[in-house]
Design a protein around this ligand. Structure first.
Ligand SMILES: [Zn+2]
Length: 258
């Protein structure tokens, strides 16, 4: 199985990060993507990926952190993409739910990173909250491969994103009791557009909700998918691994081409 979205560099894992990584093989985690949200966490993601053969990295500035970028941050990100373990720009996007950075700044930082992703032909991990319409408007002008991390929209959003060629990230939220609408929407998605993720240490799925999330809990997401699609667990695992490998296309990464 593949966890396409984790934050193992966060302080929540300071005590047992190396143990968790050592257990990847026995936990059945083929690989996982450590996702940055600002320049420092992106650098940490690259470092973590360099230190472990099963870990890849995404580098980017999250909308919450958009207001804090300084100096030549964009060329810095571009430099990081030259590392052979960097497989995506992310997580980037728009978040009008918490509005931790002014919307005009979020848009500017988002646009710059979209341009970068397009020019480097590197996939994008989108963080979008309460801003699906603006995000659609924005990305229409770009040719990028992207995944909507922790998708939590309506049927129309899902259809639009699929039409736009995007993948849909399914994680803990889909397992919550109140998420029956979301589960119905997910069950109607083309299976080859689904990526499994945890967002560790956040969004722990049922029945471990409320506790710190870990990459191994991606198995609970797979159990949900296997139920929703009436498909053996093994099959759901096999297909979602294929989806992730196709999406990140590591063999053709930017670093391999330069
Ligand atoms: Zn995240």
């Amino acid at each position: 199985m593949i966890d396409t979205h984790m934050h193992l560099s966060m302080k929540e894992f300071d005590d047992d990060r190396s143990k968790i990584l050592e257990r990847f093989e026995q936990d059945g985690i083929e690989c996982a993507v450590e996702v940055g949200y600002d320049i420092v966490s992106s650098m940490k993601a690259v470092k973590l990926a360099e230190s472990n053969s099963r870990v890849y990295a995404a580098v980017g500035v999250h909308p919450h952190d958009a207001g804090k970028v300084q100096g030549d941050w964009l060329s810095f990100l571009k430099e990081m993409c030259k590392d052979s373990k960097v497989v995506a720009i992310g997580e980037i996007g728009l978040d009008y739910h918490r509005d931790l950075s002014p919307q005009i700044v979020q848009k500017d930082v988002f646009e710059k990173q979209l341009n970068l992703a397009q020019s480097l032909k590197i996939p994008v991990i989108f963080h979008v909250r309460d801003a699906y319409e603006d995000m659609k408007e924005f990305t229409r002008n770009y040719e990028v491969r992207g995944v909507i991390h922790s998708f939590n929209g309506n049927k129309k959003d899902a259809e639009d994103f699929i039409d736009m060629g995007f993948y849909i990230g399914v994680g803990g939220i889909a397992t919550y009791k109140k998420s029956s609408d979301l589960r119905r929407i997910i069950s109607q998605l083309p299976f080859d557009r689904i990526l499994t993720e945890t967002d560790s240490p956040y969004l722990s799925p049922q029945p471990v909700r409320g506790k710190r999330n870990e990459p191994k809990h991606v198995t609970l997401v797979l159990e949900l998918l296997s139920q929703l699609f009436n498909m053996p667990l093994k099959k759901a695992e096999e297909l979602t691994v294929k989806n992730a490998l196709r999406f990140f296309d590591v063999e053709n990464s930017y670093a391999k081409k330069i």
